[in-house]
Design a protein around this ligand. Structure first.
Ligand SMILES: [Zn+2]
Length: 260
């Protein structure tokens, strides 16, 4: 795979708009600013050249090209990053570079209606396609693809009756809290989940605790939920687990002995 070819065929403005929170073009098609993923940025300090893809941060001094930025935000290695960029740019990559391992289902999470009846399931496959570590697909009924209905919050039949609800990023994490006797949920598309006004009724007037993953997508997810719930719930708290390193989450915390 040719790095130059991939970069030259990449739509840099579209890529950066997707990767960088608070992305704003200061000179349309040429310059933009946004939140820096290399430090805990609250005011946009990252300057982006939309022609070359080169970026630099006024606050922490991070700089590099589009590949460096993708490696940071996606958390992928160099080879996987090139694959994903090639795929986005519509460039075919050779079969030998694709993962030789066969993908298989490693976990199934059931989404239910308010009465606990199964609506659809989310299946985790490892490895995913094109060098991804994992990939998720929805099924309903016997083997039908997709949800077959509108998305619902995870463990809906439990949260609908609860006064205090923990919101996590991912079903496995919600399941950990549930195993401790807490009521926990998540949205069904990880950090890319959107908030639907339909969800409001499940949370209105309740005590809500959001437990975000310690990374940039985690912050985005936190934002989506907090924005969706603001002013509608009795209390809205964010629980930041002590001692989490960058990209860690509650699963890492539990591995080190953390417990409710
Ligand atoms: Zn920075």
């Amino acid at each position: 795979m040719d790095k130059k070819q991939i970069l030259s065929r990449t739509d840099i403005p579209a890529l950066y708009r997707e990767l960088i929170p608070k992305f704003k073009e200061t000179k349309p098609g040429q310059q933009a600013i946004g939140l820096c993923p290399f430090h805990d940025d609250t005011h946009p300090s990252l300057s982006l050249n939309l022609k070359s893809g080169v970026f630099n941060c006024f606050a922490c001094g991070a700089k590099g090209n589009a590949i460096d930025l993708c490696i940071k935000v996606w958390g992928t290695d160099f080879k996987t990053t090139l694959h994903r960029l090639a795929e986005r740019a519509g460039i075919k990559t050779t079969g030998s570079e694709k993962t030789a391992n066969k993908s298989r289902a490693v976990a199934v999470f059931h989404y239910t209606d308010a009465e606990g009846k199964r609506l659809y399931r989310k299946v985790r496959y490892e490895p995913g396609r094109n060098g991804r570590k994992k990939e998720f697909f929805f099924f309903h009924g016997d083997k039908e693809k997709g949800r077959g209905c509108e998305p619902v919050p995870y463990r809906l039949h439990e949260i609908i009756k609860a006064d205090k609800i923990f919101i996590l990023e991912g079903e496995a994490k919600a399941d950990i809290l549930a195993s401790w006797g807490l009521v926990a949920t998540c949205l069904d598309s990880g950090s890319n989940s959107k908030w639907h006004p339909r969800y409001d009724q499940c949370f209105e007037g309740k005590e809500i605790v959001i437990v975000p993953d310690n990374d940039l997508p985690g912050e985005g997810y936190l934002n989506t939920i907090a924005t969706g719930l603001r002013g509608k719930v009795k209390s809205l708290k964010v629980l930041r687990l002590p001692g989490l390193k960058e990209k860690e989450d509650i699963i890492d915390w539990v591995k080190r002995g953390g417990h409710a």
